[in-house]
Design a protein around this ligand. Structure first.
Ligand SMILES: NC(=O)c1ccc[n+]([C@@H]2O[C@H](COP(=O)([O-])OP(=O)(O)OC[C@H]3O[C@@H](n4cnc5c(N)ncnc54)[C@H](OP(=O)(O)O)[C@@H]3O)[C@@H](O)[C@H]2O)c1
Length: 329
């Protein structure tokens, strides 16, 4: 299995290499790919050094799988070229997510949609993945009508440049800005770009991607996405109105029995999910599970996950593992 990691020098790419090694992904040849700026640099994988190559060279090497995390423009231009060369692409950018001809996959929920013909497969947005991991089992049982989500997203979700901005601010160094304002001691109600409807692109990803993943447009999602100065791990305050009533003990049981979801919910012991505990873990953590006392059949909860792992690298690699296990590549 020849595996190209496109964006290998980035935040997600680095974690991708770590997760591939940890999970003992069955690769026989690794092809690290990045921009022309990084060609010739060395990256290390399982104690071995590999030279970073450019995109054209990587296509010519005809990898079996290419795991993309190099931004939307790179994916739009290069994913089809890899696909034409026979490579199956799993893409982390937003380029293909809402394309009706491409599947948007969270393996625990809808990997069974995948076929041999899927040559470009989209990985959902990081904040969508952790949201749907908790919503999917609840929707199946109680039928969602409306979800209101507010996010508290870490700077690592923006990439290397944003992490550097926060580090510089903490160290009192003037440097390049990833955001239009300081992020330390601040909260920016501004993730990704603003759209004509007044929402940000991140908020519209949260509104649209869950419907596609759950293959159901009968519920709606309204989102506010906020960037906060945490280094890693996204948090979400989620309010869900269901068609049917629920029992809180059943909700906790259902979530705790869901693969990939961990319930951390005990107010007596101050137990609830936090980014520092989600760091470097593949699970999605859910807590503060309580009834919304102002509206019937409505639940409040708090969801946290490591955006670079389940929100990006781990989900991508799980998709590739599913393809291999089911002989789809
Ligand atoms: N961070 C997250 O939590 C997260 C979660 C889900 C999805 N994503 C998506 O994953 C992608 C990467 O995010 P990131 O946070 O890892 O960003 P990042 O830290 O800025 O890394 C970007 C990577 O892409 C490479 N790259 C940039 N332009 C390129 C080009 N023209 N040709 C080839 N390679 C190019 C960079 O190579 P150089 O080092 O050579 O510049 C680097 O390896 C984005 O599409 C993002 O939306 C990120």
């Amino acid at each position: 299995m020849k595996v190209a990691v496109v964006g290998a020098t980035g935040m997600v790419g680095e974690v991708m290499l770590k997760v591939l090694a940890e999970r003992n992904f069955p690769l026989t040849e690794l092809i690290p790919v990045a921009s022309e700026r990084s060609v010739g640099k060395t990256i290390s994988y399982k104690g071995q050094d590999y030279k970073v190559v450019g995109l054209a060279d990587a296509v010519a090497m005809k990898p079996d799988v290419a795991l993309f995390s190099a931004g939307g423009d790179t994916s739009l231009e290069w994913a089809p070229k890899f696909a034409e060369a026979g490579t199956t692409v799993v893409d982390n950018s937003s380029a293909w997510r809402m394309d009706a001809t491409k599947k948007l996959i969270v393996p625990e929920i809808n990997a069974n949609e995948l076929t041999k013909d899927d040559k470009i497969i989209a990985n959902p947005n990081c904040s969508t993945i952790q949201l749907v991991m908790a919503l999917a089992p609840l929707h199946k049982r109680y039928t969602m009508k409306r979800v209101v989500v507010s996010t508290y997203q870490s700077v690592s979700g923006t990439g290397v440049k944003a992490v550097k901005q926060l580090e510089n601010e903490i160290a009192g160094i003037e440097g390049e800005m990833a955001y239009p304002y300081p992020i330390g001691r601040n909260a920016l109600p501004h993730c990704d770009v603003f759209l004509d409807n007044g929402y940000t692109k991140e908020e519209m990803k949260l509104a649209k991607e869950p419907q596609k993943i759950l293959n159901d447009t009968s519920f709606s999602v309204s989102a506010t996405a906020v960037r906060i100065p945490t280094a890693g791990g996204h948090s979400e305050s989620v309010n869900v109105e269901f068609e049917n009533d629920f029992d809180l003990a059943d909700v906790r049981k259902l979530l705790s029995e869901t693969p990939g979801v961990v319930v951390q919910d005990n107010t007596d012991t101050n137990t609830y999910p936090m980014p520092i505990y989600a760091h470097d873990k593949d699970d999605v953590f859910v807590g503060r599970i309580r009834r919304d006392e102002t509206q019937k059949n409505t639940l409040n909860m708090w969801i946290v996950a490591d955006n670079l792992r389940k929100g990006a690298a781990t989900n991508t690699i799980q998709i590739a593992e599913y393809l291999i296990a089911n002989k789809l590549i």
